[in-house]
Design a protein around this ligand. Structure first.
Ligand SMILES: Cc1cc2nc3c(=O)[nH]c(=O)nc-3n(C[C@H](O)[C@H](O)[C@H](O)COP(=O)(O)OP(=O)(O)OC[C@H]3O[C@@H](n4cnc5c(N)ncnc54)[C@H](O)[C@@H]3O)c2cc1C
Length: 370
């Protein structure tokens, strides 16, 4: 089957779906290819939205547990019904991802369920998700790569999403662990560490650097560490995790000082690996299409979000920089595409870290000049 589009977007996350909707509103025949089985990408399915849903629920529990009495409110028999809490989170995710699907229909964007691969400039091959369905080739004037990012693995630590989890597993634990070790004191690790700490888990954060929230203003990071420590999080800084062994009921971590010294072992019910995210370009055919990547695997783009291959653009986490859903890149991209002479330079974006308090800083969201 062959279809001709003006724009085919690969990836239905915040980078991809916003661009697709805007393109369709501007009169372009547009398709989005998504292989997850739901639109909304990392952000809506396993990122921003479920983490904020759990942050809100755990915040209510914390306030009811520790602050009500001070206000003269007695709440007896407070308990966490984790199944119900997770159920609410799943419902929030479902409502929002279905909302995006509705927006696709409303704006007449074709939602193609499958894995997209660039066959060549102007052609996207789709392997459908549905068993028995035929492969498809979408002909298109322009391709937009918006395939996002995935969890960066840690050498010696195999993620099983049960005992040793990534952020995805940490958003779906079946019971409140007694102890949790978070490897990585970045935004995601601290956010999810805060969720489980509020629900009663003893949380230890192990960080390679000598400060938390790398990239954030040093004074803010210092104050955040002080506040989070007061709330009950423990920090082990300048420490390197070298191995993890999952046993029947717990995980044993080997940890050593970054500067060298005695190795120690730490034990926890669950270990969360949150050392960062890397571009997701697997099976996309970028290399074969001649699209250049940088040394970290991010797709190289110019100020108009164009790769080195004419007709192939890229946007969102896959091009690096501040990996945030809220970056105004999409708008900038379309402004530049549709209004020649209007450069796509985006402004800065406030960056979130949704523990309590939630510090804000402004990483540069400008695409890198190359
Ligand atoms: C736990 C967590 C919390 C976060 N919280 C925040 C927050 O509070 N605020 C914020 O701004 N950001 C937050 N983020 C970051 C945010 O989720 C990302 O920056 C954002 O989702 C990036 O959007 P994207 O469209 O570039 O990629 P993604 O959202 O990753 O979407 C890419 C999509 O492409 C699909 N795909 C990949 N390859 C193919 C292929 N070959 N064919 C078809 N489909 C493909 C994937 O399945 C995926 O659905 C958080 C992330 C995590 C993990």
């Amino acid at each position: 089957m062959s279809d001709k589009y003006d724009l085919v977007v690969i990836g239905g996350g915040p980078g991809g779906y916003v661009a697709a909707i805007r393109a369709a509103q501007l009169g372009l025949r547009t398709a989005v290819v998504e292989k997850r089985g739901a639109l909304g990408g990392t952000c809506l399915n396993v990122g921003c939205i479920p983490s904020k849903a759990l942050l809100q629920s755990s915040h209510h529990f914390e306030v009811a547990s520790h602050e009500f009495a001070h206000h003269g409110i007695t709440a007896k028999g407070l308990a966490v019904d984790l199944k119900a809490m997770m159920g609410r989170k799943d419902k929030v995710v479902l409502d929002l991802t279905q909302g995006i699907e509705f927006l696709m229909k409303k704006n007449k964007v074709d939602y193609v369920k499958g894995a997209g691969r660039i066959a060549k400039a102007g052609q996207v091959a789709v392997t459908p998700m549905e068993k028995g369905a035929k492969n498809q080739t979408l002909e298109t004037e322009t391709i937009l790569v918006a395939t996002g990012s995935e969890v960066t693995p840690l050498k010696g630590v195999a993620i099983d999403e049960k005992q040793i989890v990534s952020s995805t597993g940490a958003l779906a634990l079946k019971q409140v662990p007694k102890t949790l070790i978070v490897v990585g004191a970045g935004v995601i690790g601290l956010e999810l560490g805060s969720v489980w700490r509020r629900l009663g888990t003893k949380v230890t954060v192990v960080e390679f650097l000598d400060n938390i929230l790398p990239g954030m203003d040093a004074e803010v990071s210092k104050q955040m560490q002080r506040i989070l420590t007061k709330q009950g999080l423990e920090f082990k800084l300048s420490a390197k995790v070298t191995a993890a062994k999952a046993g029947k009921d717990s995980v044993t971590l080997s940890v050593e000082p970054v500067k060298g010294g005695k190795q120690e072992t730490l034990k926890a019910d669950v270990v969360l690996v949150a050392i960062g995210r890397r571009p997701y370009t697997q099976g996309l055919g970028l290399k074969e299409a001649g699209v250049e990547l940088d040394d970290k695997g991010f797709v190289k783009v110019d100020e108009d979000f164009q790769t080195n291959v004419e007709g192939i653009y890229a946007i969102g986490d896959v091009i690096g920089g501040a990996m945030l859903a809220q970056r105004p890149r999409t708008r900038a991209w379309w402004r530049s595409r549709l209004s020649p002479g209007n450069p796509a330079t985006s402004t800065t974006t406030p960056s979130p870290a949704s523990s309590t308090p939630g510090p804000r800083w402004r990483p540069s969201a400008r695409p890198r000049r190359r």
